[in-house]
Design a protein around this ligand. Sequence first.
Ligand SMILES: [Zn+2]
Length: 243
Amino acid sequence: MNTIAAINARTLQCTVCAAPNDDFSTKCSSCGSFLQDRVANLDFFATLWQMIESPKVAFRKTVLSEQKNYIISMMLFLGVGAMFTLLSLRHAGSEFDNLLFLMLYGIVLGTLIGPPLGMIVIIGLHLWCRLARGTATFRNSYAVVGWSLVPIVISVALLLPIELAAMGMLLFIASPSAAAIKPIVYYTLAGLDIVFVLWTIALAGYGCSIAHRLPVWKTMIGAMLVCSAAGAIFYAAFAHWIV
Ligand SMILES: [Zn+2]
């Protein structure tokens, strides 16, 4: 069986009447028997850990979950991460009296911008997948793309404080730059940041392939294009206005 056929054949057989069912159903479409546990809502740390350990299981759970909870909160992290990246790329440090003001600015603006930025990515990827004949509802695109933000949450919660502690205002000024003064620290942490972003994009593509039953290469291309476009829109919209 080739990959596409294998994906299309993802069915769940009813143990009572043997009817084939959609593997995301909780009740048999033929006899109404119970097929699998429905998930009422998602536990944050359990789902986060599962997303690292076994993304396939985690994504299935987010699709089966009735509540698509925690996604807006994770978008706040996305916004903060994006805003600090922008402030660093634009060397915004000279506009602020000290690091504390810059951090407050980045956090407040980031949390405002996070949800619309996240929604742009979700809508874009949902449209891409539907055009590629994907089958998921918008809610399930929202669930899998939203939960693929796990690496961004980890990087903003753990890596960003380390970067701020290690390099402080150096991250936000043109000269002397953090890269020149602390090259090893700077390139190690910046490299990790890039890894976390790529991990998020890969998860978004993988999650969409599960929810939409599409070949993974199609959704990966979509994830790369949509995330690049969203990043470019974000940069173009705020680069000159923000500082
Ligand atoms: Zn049945």
